[in-house]
Write a protein that binds this ligand. Structure first.
Ligand SMILES: [Zn+2]
Length: 424
């Protein structure tokens, strides 16, 4: 299978790109291919990488907003999540994949439940993903031991799919929901399998205060003391990290994912210390978080929010420049997930997007990266290619109407089951 993208703009110059199987095989030469794409008036860019999300939460989009965090979780989100079926996860993840394809994301790092069903959805939709079964033992190590079996089973099932696009990871939810013994087990499992560990860390001030109360240490010192930290750790949020914690993370080569929209919507109290983390040498990337706390998976909005939030928080217009933030959303994510993607180069994975330069917000085009970060939305993406396959062209995705219908029905049913359960 081969694709030729003709006369497309790459770094401001018109060129042709030849894709063979899953790789960019040649830049610059027009070679006859099975499929040709006209790249005129379009820019070729690497696909975006959403390094932290909960894809199937798309079914809870607009289900509950503008509430206090604890009340939102306890009275709305958790009761709804209890009613989610395996089929819901499949349908919700398909909707998420559709949204990501339509807004130029080619790979995502996902944590939720029934992840074998998420894997089935990703397999069908054609995206690349790292999937982990979220693990919560409510600080009870015996419960944790019991739950580990099913978690391992699902993880092995995902691994056994043998997909080049879908990789498993371990997903201990957070330090306040997972016991120390279970955390140690996950570190061991990660050592044995080589799979990454995807976890939430230092999202709220409460979480940090509780950690000091329970363990007499900061969250990162606690994780270091139990031997948890490795280069395979991918931590979402990191909002409340202190300087010594950042240096520990850098030394252990652990990664941190910035989720600016979710952080602002859930008002976590301050901005992730982007400049300090960068200076400490921590590998950073960007994520949307789930659709209940964002409420979309459009990485273009996340790019803009990241740049604006960091400038605002630092009272400095010069930090988090457009190009820097664009790289964070592409190459930063690819490096975080260990992918040979995130840049357009010969031999690299063909995870690519074509951006329509005739969209009104892309005109004029004095600086492409400024337009992408400050002016664009996901609507600017005309074509999405993942693993050398065209997933969207001319903004149409195969089967998109059915995916939307199925998800609307599943969400309606879910809301009805929750309210039936509560009125009983
Ligand atoms: Zn999250």
């Amino acid at each position: 299978m081969s694709i030729l993208i003709k006369d497309v703009l790459l770094d401001g110059k018109a060129t042709s790109v030849y894709i063979e199987d899953d790789r960019i095989s040649e830049l610059g030469r027009k070679i006859e291919a099975d499929t040709e794409i006209d790249g005129k008036k379009k820019a070729l860019l690497p696909g975006l990488v959403n390094a932290h999300t909960h894809a199937a939460m798309t079914l809870l989009r607009s289900y509950a907003d503008d509430m206090r965090l604890q009340e939102w979780l306890e009275t709305r989100i958790w009761p709804a999540e209890k009613k989610l079926t395996r089929e819901d996860i499949y349908v919700g993840t398909k909707l998420a994949c559709l949204e990501m394809i339509k807004s130029g994301t080619t790979c995502f790092n996902d944590m939720y439940f029934h992840m074998d069903m998420a894997a089935k959805a990703v397999q069908e939709m054609g995206l690349r993903a790292v999937l982990c079964e979220g693990f919560i033992d409510r600080m009870d190590k015996d419960a944790g031991e019991e739950m580990l079996g099913p978690t391992r089973k699902i993880t092995e099932k995902i691994a056994k799919m043998g997909s080049s696009r879908i990789k498993p990871a371990w997903g201990p939810h957070a330090i306040y929901t997972v016991s120390t013994d279970s955390l140690r087990t996950f570190r061991q499992l990660s050592d044995e399998t080589g799979y990454p560990i995807h976890m939430h860390l230092s999202e709220t001030r409460n979480e940090v205060d509780d950690c000091h109360k329970a363990f007499g240490k900061s969250p990162v010192s606690y994780l270091e003391s139990v031997g948890f930290l490795t280069e395979r750790c991918v931590f979402a949020h990191g909002v409340w990290l202190q300087s010594d914690e950042m240096h520990t993370l850098a030394r252990r080569k652990a990664k941190v994912v910035h989720n600016p929209v979710s952080n602002m919507k859930l008002s976590v109290g301050k901005a992730m210390p982007y400049a300090d983390l960068t200076k400490a040498g921590v590998r950073l990337s960007l994520g949307t978080d789930g659709a209940a706390s964002n409420n979309n998976l459009d990485m273009f909005q996340t790019l803009k929010a990241a740049a604006l939030l960091q400038k605002f928080a630092a009272d400095d217009q010069t930090i988090a420049s457009a190009k820097e933030i664009w790289d964070l959303g592409t190459l930063g994510g690819a490096k975080t997930l260990g992918l040979d993607a995130g840049v357009v180069r010969e031999g690299g994975l063909a995870d690519l997007i074509l951006v329509d330069l005739t969209k009104v917000f892309m005109v004029p085009n004095h600086n492409l990266y400024s337009n992408l970060v400050y002016a664009a939305s996901g609507d600017c993406v005309d074509t999405t290619i993942c693993d050398g396959k065209i997933l969207m062209t001319g903004r149409r995705v195969r089967g998109e109407d059915e995916t939307i219908d199925e998800a609307s029905k599943a969400a309606k049913n879910l809301a009805r089951r929750v309210s039936d359960g509560q009125s009983r």
